[in-house]
Design a protein around this ligand. Structure first.
Ligand code: PEP
Ligand code: MN
Length: 360
């Protein structure tokens, strides 16, 4: 189902919201010089909005938690001196008041806050009646309904200029990424709310600067609208998130290297070719659906037999054999382990649900 929210195009006097829309600046505001110097160097590139954290939601105590309100006037100076719009994170009604009183142009809601409906509602109440754009990061957990819920709460408070920011999802254990991107979630968000502009925050997805380019390019190839990316004049000595920050000049280079592909297909020969290939895809999808249907019917018959003989639905050895066999087969066929495992887990779960219905 596609949701109908009352959204408006992001219009800020003097800037156009066009791809790639770039928000950049340090993770945290640390000193007046650091803030102003970063902004002066960023303004040379295609940056529209300057970010800096004033209140930092840190996982563990005794980390740098931001300077608080004393740093807000520095952002106002950034706006006055460089013309860059400013954005900062707010997590409660008092942050909103402080930010507004100090002339901040845009507010962002962080991942930890989006995950908490009480906090989002407090923000919605505080923002009500203010004509200010709000950027909303995805919640830390991969729950699209929470993300949509936050967007709806802010929208119901009368805010029409809303931007979604994809910053990845936290997980337990080692991963290449600090927060796994799970691209299917922002893609689904865009399907459900087609009018919402969508940015990717490669900094918090990657956690290390080496990975930033790949994730940024991928966001562009997925037709996202822009990037929300951290930049610091001295990343090595940053007080928060030092491994993922890059200098303004490195950001300039990254933006320069980005390949921006066309979003619309206009070439007629290509349209014909794709139509033909898409027919083939549709044919295979039809076949797959019919095979799934047949497979599930067999599962149900197995369920009936298990019921008669009073046997549990899950037979771990059999399930393990299926998975191992198909993973091996997948490798021979050039299908990734991740793909095969996901498909078979989903099929197995559906079979269990069917047998559960048959049995109970
Ligand atoms: C940030 O942008 O610095 C930040 C704290 O982000 P997130 O809410 O995505 O963790
Ligand atoms: Mn950060």
């Amino acid at each position: 189902m596609v949701l109908n929210l009352k959204l408006e195009k992001i219009t800020l006097p003097g800037i156009e919201f066009k791809r790639p829309f770039i928000v950049s600046g340090p993770c945290s505001a640390e000193t007046e010089t650091q803030v102003l110097e970063t902004a002066r160097r960023l303004v040379k590139y295609n940056v529209s909005v300057f970010r800096a954290g004033i209140w930092k939601p840190r996982t563990r105590p005794d980390s740098f938690e931001g300077l608080g309100s004393v740093a807000l006037p520095w952002l106002k100076k950034v706006r006055e001196e460089t013309g860059l719009y400013t954005i900062t994170e707010v997590a409660n009604a008092w942050h909103v008041k402080e930010a507004i009183d100090n002339g901040i142009d845009i507010l962002w809601i962080g991942a930890r806050t989006t995950a908490n409906p009480f906090a989002v509602q407090e923000l919605a109440n505080a923002i009500k009646g203010l004509n200010i754009p709000v950027f909303i990061k995805n919640p830390i957990n991969p729950d699209i309904e929470l993300w949509i819920g936050a967007i709806e709460r802010i929208n119901k408070a009368g805010i029409k200029r809303i931007v979604a920011v994809h910053r990845g999802f936290s997980s337990y254990g080692v991963s290449h990424f600090r927060n796994i991107p799970q691209w299917e979630i922002p893609i689904e968000l865009k399907r459900r709310i087609p009018d919402i502009p969508l940015l990717t925050d490669p900094s918090h997805i990657c956690g290390s600067r080496e990975l930033l380019y790949g994730v940024s390019q991928k966001a562009m190839d997925l037709n996202f609208d822009g990037l929300f990316i951290e930049s610091h004049i001295d990343p090595e000595n940053a007080l928060s998130d030092k491994d993922q920050q890059i200098t303004p000049e490195e950001l300039g280079e990254l933006l320069n290297r980005l390949v921006l592909r066309k979003t619309k297909i206009t070439n007629h020969r290509l349209i014909d070719k794709l139509t033909e290939l898409r027919k083939q895809i549709d044919y295979f999808d039809d076949e797959m659906m019919m095979i799934f249907e047949k497979r599930m019917k067999v599962s149900e018959v197995i369920g009936e037999n298990k019921k008669k003989s009073n046997i549990t639905i899950l037979q771990p050895q059999r399930w393990n054999d299926i998975l191992e066999k198909r993973m091996k087969m997948g490798t021979r066929m050039g299908l990734s382990q991740e793909f095969v495992a996901k498909i078979f887990r989903a099929i197995h779960q559906e079979s269990i649900n069917r047998q559960n219905k048959v049995m109970n």
